[in-house]
Design a protein around this ligand. Structure first.
Ligand SMILES: Cc1ncc(COP(=O)(O)O)c(C=O)c1O
Length: 410
């Protein structure tokens, strides 16, 4: 008897976020709330197609000259140059000097993958291939690096005592890591904690990176989403580039353009010279060719239209402030309910101090589970909530349920 072909394939657990969404969908309770998903929802809990995206789509539809040919391996050239400018700034010196290689990728995940693969092949590793990831980080980071043979190790980041940044721990990790280590840094709106370093702290981090010759692997999935201002949210990246920290940047347009399923993103590698940037580009092209051959056109065309047209660009900025503004309003409202109205035990300042789509509430795994099992509120067990899942209609229900969970009366 031949044994079954796949008998050695173990059954993998389902992805925790996608599992949460499936459980939410299957729940028939009328007041159920989904705070797990990392995608923007409007005040009626509906996905929001940005008005500027609709305009760009109608332009595309009405441009019969557009065809469905393959893009170049590194992507739509108008997209890659506009995306780099958005990230690094219109007056960027490294862009003017031709020192940046930009490759269009399968959204931010693809950028992380291609960046990790490139480092795995070409970084001047002195010891083991390791990447320092913040503790905690986006759940996909460790998996992406492991896939290309880079071992994830963690650096202290979140302090449960203060529900804020463990800056001393972070800094001592930067100082004690071997020279030339690779550190993954969330550019803004840290996922999952919503805790970002201040400008002063970024300055100290940059100094430590320069002193030890560390490499910055920046991930930016929330430009504009954090503060509502695209330039402000790119501050840390531009600052590190100016300081001369060796780095690459992974960029996603999933959240800030609401183009989740279109998979629009880019990888930017900053090199010491134009000539090095060209060699980097040649190797990124080889890697990309063997993996996806060339990236998809549709989302890149939308983003290019928006970035290259002054009127559409202004409209996009308004759309972004609508999204960021609603999130900030929900933070304020939740804070008010917990502190002024319900007098929920504990300090809730972090709800308004944290930045971006996510908030780390600081509740225990047991309290998170109680919220899901007893109140039909879906969130990850680490207590992370997606602020965009809250709206006018459900915020009071959430606040009272959270209050009860904290008091142990749910
Ligand atoms: C920190 C971080 N990086 C990258 C991504 C990539 O997302 P996408 O592949 O949809 O652009 C996300 C999405 O949640 C994220 O939170």
């Amino acid at each position: 008897m031949s044994s079954e072909l796949w008998q050695n394939v173990p059954l993998a657990p389902p992805d925790s976020i996608f599992k949460l969404t499936a459980a939410f969908k299957a729940d028939t309770f009328d007041k159920k709330v989904n705070l797990g998903v990392g995608a923007y929802r409007d005040d009626n809990d509906k996905p929001w197609v940005l008005p500027v995206v609709k305009k760009a789509e109608s332009i595309i539809l009405n441009t019969p000259a557009l065809d469905h040919e393959y893009l170049p391996i590194t992507g739509l050239p108008e997209f890659t140059s506009a995306a780099a400018k958005l990230l690094l700034g219109p007056d960027s010196r490294v862009l003017a000097e031709g020192r940046v290689t930009t490759v269009q990728t399968i959204s931010g995940t693809g950028a992380n993958h291609l960046g990790a693969l490139f480092l795995s092949r070409f970084y001047q590793w002195t010891g083991d291939k390791e990447v320092y990831l913040s503790d905690p980080t986006w759940a996909n980071h460790p998996a992406i690096f492991k896939n290309v043979g880079i071992i994830p190790v963690s650096y202290p980041y979140y302090d449960p005592k203060t529900i804020g940044l463990n800056f001393d721990g972070f800094l001592s990790s930067l100082k004690s890591a071997p020279e030339g280590s690779v550190f993954l840094l969330h550019a803004c709106a840290h996922n999952p904690t919503g805790v970002d370093p201040t400008k002063e702290q970024w300055n100290v981090i940059a100094q430590a990176m320069l002193e030890k010759g560390h490499y910055g692997f920046f991930d930016t999935a929330y430009q504009g989403f954090a503060s509502g201002d695209l330039d402000n949210d790119a501050w840390a990246i531009r600052f590190f580039v100016d300081k001369g920290v060796k780095m690459l940047i992974c960029q996603s347009f999933a959240k800030n353009a609401g183009l989740y399923g279109e998979r629009v993103g880019a990888l930017h590698v900053v090199s010491p010279s134009k000539e090095a940037a060209e060699r980097v580009k040649s190797q990124l092209s080889v890697l990309q060719r063997s993996e996806i051959s060339n990236p998809p056109t549709y989302g890149a065309r939308i983003v290019t239209l928006i970035l290259n047209d002054a009127e559409l660009f202004s409209e996009w900025k308004r759309d972004i402030s609508t999204m960021a503004g609603r999130i900030i309003d929900m933070r304020k409202e939740l804070y008010k309910l917990l502190t002024e109205e319900l007098h929920t035990p504990g300090n809730w300042d972090h709800i308004v101090n944290q930045i971006g789509m996510f908030s780390f509430t600081g509740i225990t795994p047991e309290q998170s589970k109680a919220l899901t099992e007893k109140a039909h509120i879906y969130l990850t067990v680490n207590g992370r909530i997606s602020m965009t899942g809250l709206n006018r209609n459900n915020i009071r229900y959430f606040a009272t349920s959270l209050d009860a969970a904290v008091r142990g009366t749910l």
